[in-house]
Design a protein around this ligand. Structure first.
Ligand code: TRP
Length: 362
């Protein structure tokens, strides 16, 4: 591990492996779907159950407002994401689980880091460049039209999220690797200019984890509207279980008939099945494809498999959604824990840059 860390001297009690400090954020601009569960929620919860690592998981609501300008969705998304993580087994005693906006030291640090971050670095950010490219395709449009300072400076706020807690490992999707590199870059600049206060974080990307295919055959993503919701829609008319069944039945397939042998490796149904089944079950399903399982039966088998894993979490999810007071208490406890770190880190940072009381008052 090469993270050049000035502040990670804590050791495991049993051996000399340095304790990892894992941190990740979830943007609050949508309702969790199966791809989020398989790609982020389940691995994060499992990874900390089996280790002594310290973990910081947070709801990135100040990131949420960059692209989502719908106040109701920001609120509902925050609630649904918090309820999902708790219902799926996240232990808020074991993990520091908080909402970004409850830690005011984070945006303060972001401002300070802005002053150690060149504009040129931000010009190279993929998300920003993609927005500029879209504008450049149109005639007579300023390349920066409609691009907010929030979008432009997004990686600086993300750097503040990470550097505030001296995270060593940051599990993210592939699209976020560049942002972690930018956080390292900003930390390096600050450490060099002032004082080595910030650990350089490493991105952790799971190469094994497939990106789930959505209902229409493209990557499952809320921006394509092709997701299978994990616990159903907000304010559902039909039960979440029925909704999930209905969504799975809508997965597109080719027009092969029952009894025709099928290729599992170009089937979205099989691909999602793999994310929920044991190796033996997967091998068995492969054999059933070869033997010509009908698409309807393959979908039913997929539903049974997913439902088996998710059903036990549903009651807890419903309970939390109906009683947001409990969620709010959990988040406030998390904020208290987070602020024990963030107050100290911000204080050190301010002192390092020369912002401190002029004299002690009695
Ligand atoms: N930008 C991340 C995403 O879209 C969410 C995020 C915000 C994050 N702050 C973070 C992830 C800090 C890791 C660390 O997925």
């Amino acid at each position: 591990m090469n993270n050049n860390s000035p502040n990670t001297s804590s050791q495991n009690s049993t051996d000399s492996t340095p304790i990892k400090r894992i941190l990740t954020g979830i943007t609050t601009s949508g309702i969790p779907h199966l791809g989020n569960y398989v790609g982020a929620i389940r691995p994060a919860i499992q990874s900390i159950q089996n280790s002594n690592d310290e973990a910081f998981f947070f709801l990135a609501d100040y990131h949420g407002i960059i692209k989502c300008h719908d106040p109701t969705l920001i609120y509902e998304s925050t609630k649904a994401i918090a309820a999902t993580w708790i219902a799926c087994g996240l232990d808020p005693e074991r993990v520091t689980f908080y909402r970004q906006s409850d830690v005011p030291e984070i945006p303060e640090l972001a401002w300070i880091l802005n002053c150690s971050c060149t504009k040129g670095l931000m010009n190279r950010a993929h998300a920003y460049k993609a927005s500029v490219d879209i504008n450049n395709e149109k005639t007579d449009v300023d390349p920066d039209q409609g691009i907010t300072m929030g979008l432009f400076g997004y990686p600086v706020l993300m750097a503040a999220d990470i550097l505030m807690f001296n995270a060593t490992h940051v599990p993210v999707g592939r699209d976020q690797i560049q942002h972690i590199e930018m956080a390292r870059d900003i930390a390096g600049t600050f450490n060099h200019k002032y004082k080595p206060l910030f650990t350089l974080p490493s991105a952790v990307v799971d190469d094994e984890m497939p990106l789930l295919t959505g209902l229409d055959g493209r990557k499952m993503s809320k921006s394509y509207g092709n997701t299978i919701p994990l616990f159903g829609e907000l304010n559902p008319q039909v039960s979440p279980e029925k909704q999930m069944h209905k969504a799975i039945m809508k997965i597109v397939t080719n027009s092969q008939l029952p009894e025709e042998p099928k290729n599992p490796d170009d089937s979205a149904i099989f691909e999602i099945y793999k994310a929920f089944a044991t190796p033996t079950e997967i091998a068995d399903m492969r054999a059933q494809y070869a033997a010509g399982i009908g698409w309807g039966d393959a979908k039913q088998a997929l539903f049974d498999k997913i439902n088996n894993e998710i059903a036990p979490f549903r009651a807890r999810y419903e309970e939390l959604m109906a009683n947001p007071k409990e969620l709010e208490e959990i988040l406030q406890m998390g904020a208290d824990k987070a602020r024990r770190h963030s107050r100290k880190q911000l204080d050190k940072t301010r002192r390092a840059i020369g912002i401190r009381p002029l004299a002690k008052l009695k």
